[in-house]
Ligand binder design. Structure first.
Ligand SMILES: *Cc1c(COP(=O)(O)O)cnc(C)c1O
Length: 386
């Protein structure tokens, strides 16, 4: 393990805060380090490993597709991409008939921002304080966290931020220059903050009133994470553009932007991506979606998440300010900085991640077993009451 860490340290860009462990293998909700030590993985590749690490159905699809065709740009038609688009649209919330495929969450947000400006002919984008939408220049302009933004000024003009869950502030900000409002249903990076359903539905009405589009970023909440296939389904919220990535393809890099009926003027040549919709990613995504539906992983996330949150709320520790979340997207807000507790949990064989400086966040694979989840909660209790 030392050798791997040393080798990587001497060449890595330096932009990542790294943990002193080399992960080399995974299966389901477990991963192993180079010395063979086992961990229950509630980082899940930052919420990517929804169907579990090395899900056998995804592995099989990747192997088969890799022997047939790996790359095929979208200027050609492709059998597996066509089938994936059909399946995704079939399960998508009502009103989506088209999809733009890309390679990451930030790219899915970039596409939504560009499509919104194109469609409305307006420049303005309103996002929320504590929102996170990715790190490319456009997506970063919508991301709120000053320490991510400030080193890269000037960002894209036309973006503004309003307090989340505050409908008056949104009403004041929206006007005839607004192309779109961009929101998460549950803010992930920003601290696991669920939106009020009434707030989201009122934002929808306000958008309609001024002719702005509503972009919902489900990069983290999508594909069952919150207990529904898409988090907008909790509220029957109608979005005009829906951004997806993370767990979409069982761990293979992929993103998608679902495009609603009101989005116009998408003409050929206006946007694109070399790898977008490539055959290998499409095959993995098709297998991941099949598995997700066949095993009712959204239902599993709802059941397991409710159980885990009840268990965590019963922990008697002054350090816990609040336990909040939706499905298997769980945040434990602490009265202290979270980093030492993540380290202590790792020593207990549990990997978890932060959200902001004080929130301990869990994004386990939705296939995590009840027993594994129980071990995780026990470990958290030990660490927070020590
Ligand atoms: C992770 C995330 C992104 C960015 O995705 P990348 O694949 O890292 O570019 C965007 N929006 C949300 C809500 C995310 O959680």
């Amino acid at each position: 393990m030392e050798a791997t860490i040393k080798l990587e340290q001497s060449h890595t860009s330096g932009v990542y805060p790294k943990r002193e462990v080399a992960i080399v293998r995974g299966l389901g909700a477990r991963v192993w380090d180079e010395e063979g030590r086992e961990y229950i993985d509630c980082v899940g590749g930052h919420g990517v490993a929804i169907v579990g690490h090395c899900n056998p159905a995804v592995v099989r699809a990747i192997c088969e597709q890799a022997q047939r065709l790996i790359t095929c740009p979208e200027v050609f038609y492709n059998d597996v991409r066509a089938r994936y688009m059909e399946c995704l649209i079939q399960v998508a919330p009502e009103g989506f008939q088209r999809v733009y495929l890309c390679n990451s969450g930030a790219e899915s947000v970039e596409a939504a921002l560009k499509f919104a400006r194109l469609s409305t002919g307006r420049p303005g984008i309103i996002a929320a304080m504590r929102g996170f939408h990715g790190r490319t220049m456009g997506a970063l302009s919508a991301t709120w966290e000053p320490k991510y933004r400030e080193p890269f000024m000037p960002l894209v003009p036309g973006f503004s931020h309003v307090p989340y869950n505050n409908i008056e502030a949104m009403e004041q900000a929206l006007d005839e220059n607004t192309a779109a409002v961009l929101l998460e249903v549950v803010q992930g990076e920003g601290g696991v903050n669920p939106a009020d359903g009434d707030y989201l539905l009122s934002v929808r009405d306000l958008c309609d009133r001024v002719g702005a589009l509503l972009i919902i970023d489900e990069v983290q909440t999508g594909f069952g994470r919150t207990g529904k296939l898409f988090a907008v389904e909790h509220y029957n919220l109608r979005a005009d553009l829906l951004c997806l990535a993370k767990g979409i393809a069982g761990g293979v890099p992929m993103g998608a932007t679902l495009i609603g009926e009101r989005v116009q003027n998408l003409e050929s040549g206006l946007h694109g991506s070399t790898f977008g919709g490539n055959a290998l990613a499409s095959a993995a995504a098709l297998a991941a979606l099949d598995f997700l539906l066949a095993h009712d992983l959204p239902g599993e996330a709802a059941r397991k998440g409710a159980w885990a949150m009840e268990r965590l709320r019963a922990i008697n520790a002054r350090i816990i300010r609040e336990v909040r979340g939706m499905g298997l997207m769980i945040g434990i807000d602490l009265r202290k900085r979270v980093t030492p507790y993540l380290k202590a949990l790792m020593d207990e064989g549990v990997l978890a991640l932060p959200a902001g400086s004080t929130v301990l966040r869990l994004l386990p694979p939705l296939v995590i077993t009840d027993e594994e989840l129980s071990i995780v909660c026990d470990a958290i209790e030990r660490v927070l009451t020590a």
